[in-house]
Design a protein around this ligand. Structure first.
Ligand code: ADP
Ligand code: MG
Length: 266
């Protein structure tokens, strides 16, 4: 059984200006424990795919299944981590990290301890009683990761979680997230427009093309790169070949006037 399955999924957005086909007939199956990256020019429907998997959006046509069940509404099985950390400034780090559990009515002695343990694991042990403004951008994203993991989702959706961070912090966080998710056997879908990040972190890369959003191609990341930590993956043979192949795909899309922006955007 697949962890995530999009079966003939189309998404049409309707607003005052008319109807826009954001996704057309998307087919995607992700195995349990697999780490898949979605890349493609902005506007090609990456965030829409995540919103559909999270159950925040119902597809115009087709079916989205999570562990075989059609998804109707958000479920704690699927955790969603966004580009911005959306921490509440008036809540402490612990209160921010545990808010999901609180809303689910699952905050008790055991789950409190679990949140504290996760904070410790993410190097935030001493910060539980601090406030978001006292933390760096990388630390705040780690709090957001703890908040997402606290409800023990089987699937994590990550929408450009590193894009607001400086390069050094981004590489460290890539390693931390990769190790954390791998150790727990989580299934992950990462949206990024950084090709190197996609190669360094994933088992498989799905390239979307815009207007309308569709799967253009897929690439399996070679075993040796997958086994390496993201930071070191960039030095392994095959990394640059795969980068050039994917870069070429982006250039083709630009050439066809796909309306998007190439990877040079970041
Ligand atoms: P990406 O994350 O790849 O940049 P999105 O999934 O956010 O792309 O959006 C895909 C397309 O759908 C874009 O052209 C965007 O403008 C459009 N779109 C997204 N959300 C809405 C909405 N709520 N209403 C109308 N159009 C939307
Ligand atoms: Mg997006």
């Amino acid at each position: 059984m697949y962890a995530v399955e999009l079966d003939g999924v189309s998404q049409v957005y309707v607003n005052r200006k008319g109807a826009y086909v954001a996704l057309q007939d998307v087919q995607l199956a992700i195995a349990p424990g697999e780490f898949v990256s979605l890349i493609g020019p902005s506007g090609c429907g990456k965030t829409t795919v995540l919103s559909l998997i999270s159950g925040l959006l119902t597809p115009t046509s087709g079916t989205v299944r999570v562990f075989g069940e059609p998804i109707q509404k958000p479920t704690p099985k699927v955790g969603y981590m966004l580009q911005q950390d959306y921490l509440f400034p008036w809540r402490t780090i612990f209160e921010n990290a545990s808010i999901g559990l609180e809303l689910l009515g699952r905050l008790n002695a055991a789950s409190r301890q679990y949140v504290l343990d996760l904070l410790e694991e993410m190097g935030l042990g001493g910060y539980a009683d601090r406030y978001p403004h006292q933390l760096s951008g990388g630390m705040r994203q780690r709090v957001a990761l703890v908040r997402t993991l606290a409800a023990e989702p089987d699937i994590l959706l990550l929408d450009e979680p590193f894009s607001a961070l400086d390069y050094q912090t981004k590489l460290q966080l890539e390693d931390l997230i990769s190790a954390t998710l791998k150790a727990r056997g989580k299934t992950a879908v990462l949206v990024t427009h950084d090709i190197t990040e996609a190669i360094a972190m994933s088992d498989r890369i799905v390239v979307l093309q815009p207007n309308p959003g569709r799967v253009l191609t897929e690439a399996i990341v070679p075993e040796a790169i997958r086994e390496a930590q993201p930071l070191h993956a960039r030095e392994i043979g095959g990394f640059h070949e795969l980068f050039r192949e994917l870069w070429g795909r982006f250039e083709q899309m630009d050439g066809k006037g796909g309306g998007g922006h190439g990877p040079a955007e970041t």
